[in-house]
Design a protein around this ligand. Structure first.
Ligand code: GAR
Length: 191
């Protein structure tokens, strides 16, 4: 059995689609959802999905080994970031080499980096008059949004698209592709 931990800071729609994808799979379990945000929508979703949820604060994340120990004790095989808004500490990245994946709501390397998340990304894409946007799924390294790219998918934009329109198009791509890519990554992990 392969075990996934999902980190999320917001609504958690990606976390939920991933959980649904594996719900009937005896070989894969979403074992844990972790969040830094006590008000995050993902907490309600996790409860509804009967997935244990852990809420932690900044100090615990950056100044203790508790999250790392939790992931190790829970025998987590793959860490999935789904709208998680904190930089991952190096010791966590080192513990999960090419076993920690993120989704970014634009076509990296454009529109990435510190401060580029959620609606800020879509606003920048619209302001630049881009004809396309999309999603990037990548491994996580020490620099925001700079890990090795595993997968990208694009959507066409209209002149009249607002940031909210772009967000909707991008979210459709996320829900279509992220669970499948997580599945593929898991099947490539050694037993
Ligand atoms: C997603 O669009 C994800 O790509 C983005 O946050 C949203 C979370 O939505 N992540 C980033 O911007 C990371 N830089 P969700 O909470 O509904 O899954």
């Amino acid at each position: 059995m392969k075990r996934i931990a999902i980190f999320a800071s917001g609504s958690g729609s990606n976390a939920e689609t991933i959980a649904h994808h594996f719900a009937d799979r005896p070989d894969v379990q979403v074992s844990l959802i972790l969040t830094n945000n006590p008000d995050a929508g993902v907490i309600q979703r996790a409860r509804r999905l009967h997935i244990p949820v852990v809420v932690f604060d900044r100090k615990t994340f950056y100044e203790t080994d508790r999250i790392l120990e939790l992931l190790v004790n829970q025998k987590i095989d793959l860490v999935v970031l789904a709208g998680f808004m904190m930089l991952i500490p190096e010791k966590l990245i080192r513990a999960f080499p090419e076993k920690m994946v993120n989704i970014h709501p634009a076509l990296l390397p454009k529109y990435g980096g510190r401060g580029m998340y959620g609606h800020f990304v879509h606003e920048a894409v619209v302001a630049a008059g881009e004809r396309q946007s999309g999603i990037t799924i990548h491994f996580v390294n020490e620099v925001y949004d700079e890990g090795k790219i595993i997968f990208q998918a694009t959507c066409d934009l209209e002149n009249s698209d607002t940031p909210e329109d772009v967000a909707r198009k991008v979210q459709l791509l996320e829900h279509e592709h992220y669970p499948a890519m997580v599945d593929k990554l898991l099947s490539n992990l050694p037993e």
